[in-house]
Design a protein around this ligand. Structure first.
Ligand code: AMP
Length: 415
């Protein structure tokens, strides 16, 4: 099956076209046929396109809305110019898998999208007002272009964390707010945490039940997950992706009383403060320079910028504290797994995070760690380290394509 994976944001669409089916999944031979990124949907869009065995193409085109963007992607992917093998017309795209950010408590697995499922995703808009509407637009655009006959599947960022126990997902606020409004921790990046846990057990040749790890997704957004017996039992993001680790532009954990204090001091509304915590905090807030870890590293090294160093230090310190608390929550773990742009590519940040964890048996292997960048997958701790450390590049699109195949072919989901 050729599965088109769509990740629709408010003004962006990321896509991949993946050839896979149940047999291919067993053999681990899924094939990436094409991928791309559309930015600035709604105006003069910037488009990056990659087809297997061809040079990357970059172009601009006026794309009015999400429907125009999805239409563009499909026209390109099926065109002769793209030259994607086995894809000549719209009939060669057999299913669509959508990344959907919030599935609330209702969606614990990936599902085939029906009218009822779509209503369920709409019901979650309140919980993710910035993300779910864009995902819904993507689903509607694809339905409009392909017709209702083409199977579409929703894969939720929150689903993997639906195994959290009550003690981990409830906030210590009056219980009626959970009952009335479902205020609780949901967690995000679920597909990424799930993917690296799956790869980890493949690398170690162990079962899901034997998988006891802490996964750190460190990208522009960052989150940690405590995975015990294959299940997510705690995670750092909360009702929204604002809680937890320090991120590119998000504060992560803060004292909630700061919101009222700043509102009074600065004469801002609560809405403005929330926006400040989401968009102007984290690495960019501390450094006053950038949300990009690579640029911060350059500033710290080349210009010895104090606040760039401070941002990196606070980022790493928070991550280390989460590892410590999850080790306590889990009663110990076998490994820490790094993923995401920073986790996959920055030996220095990994080392800063692990520094000070020697007492609990974590010994990074300096050489392995330094070498593991740019898609490298494997062990970065010493052979004798009691707590191992791994780097595993994430691949959410692959899981979305596989979940899509399983949903369409009626096979059980594998989490
Ligand atoms: P993502 O959201 O997963 O694409 O991750 C983006 C983040 O990864 C940005 O902060 C990048 O600066 C960071 N990143 C990518 N490559 C490196 C690198 N070699 N060193 C440090 N940070 C990196």
């Amino acid at each position: 099956m050729n599965v088109l994976v769509l990740n629709c944001g408010s003004s962006t669409v990321k896509f991949q076209l993946i050839a896979t089916d149940l047999g291919i999944i067993e053999r681990n031979e899924d094939k990436r046929l094409a991928s791309g990124y559309v930015e600035r949907v709604g105006g003069e869009a910037i488009i990056t396109l990659n087809a297997e065995g061809r040079d990357e193409q970059r172009l601009t085109e006026s794309l009015r809305d999400m429907r125009a963007a999805v239409d563009f992607i499909i026209r390109w992917a099926t065109s002769e110019g793209a030259g994607i093998s086995g894809v000549k017309s719209i009939a060669d795209i057999h299913a669509i898998g959508h990344r959907v950010v919030h599935g609330g408590e209702r969606f614990t697995h990936s599902v085939l999208i029906t009218d009822e499922v779509l209503r369920g995703i709409e019901d979650c808009v309140e919980l993710a007002p910035l993300h779910n509407p864009a995902n819904i637009k993507g689903i509607q655009a694809a339905r409009h272009l392909f017709g209702p006959g083409l199977p579409q599947v929703a894969v939720f960022d929150t689903a993997f964390h639906q195994t959290l126990p009550e003690k981990a997902y409830l906030y210590a606020i009056p219980y009626q707010f959970y009952r009335r409004y479902k205020v609780r921790r949901y967690g995000f990046h679920g597909t990424s945490h799930r993917y690296v846990a799956y790869r980890y057990r493949q690398l170690r040749n162990i079962t899901r039940e034997q998988t006891n790890i802490i996964t750190l997704h460190l990208g522009n957004g960052c989150s940690a997950a405590a995975i015990r017996g294959g299940d997510s039992i705690d995670t750092s993001m909360g009702m929204t992706p604002l809680e937890g680790l320090v991120m590119g532009t998000r504060s992560g954990d803060i004292d909630p009383a700061i919101i009222d204090y700043l509102a009074i001091k600065e004469g801002l509304t609560i809405h403005q403060i929330e926006s400040l915590l989401n968009k102007q905090s984290g690495l960019i807030g501390i450094s006053g320079l950038t949300n990009d870890m690579r640029e911060l590293m350059e500033e710290a090294h080349e210009n010895n910028d104090r606040r760039a160093r401070l941002a990196i230090e606070i980022f790493s310190y928070r991550a280390r504290k989460y590892i410590g608390s999850y080790l306590a929550a889990m009663g110990g773990a076998d490994a820490i797994v790094f993923t995401g742009g920073i986790g996959e590519n920055s030996p220095e940040v990994r080392s800063l995070i692990c520094d000070g964890l020697q007492w609990m048996g974590l010994e990074l292997d300096g050489e392995r760690n330094a070498k593991c960048t740019n898609g490298c997958e494997g062990l970065i701790s010493t052979e004798s380290s009691r707590l191992a450390a791994y780097t595993i590049p994430t691949d959410e699109e692959l899981l979305i394509a596989r979940d899509t195949v399983r949903s369409v072919q009626g096979a059980p989901q594998r989490y």
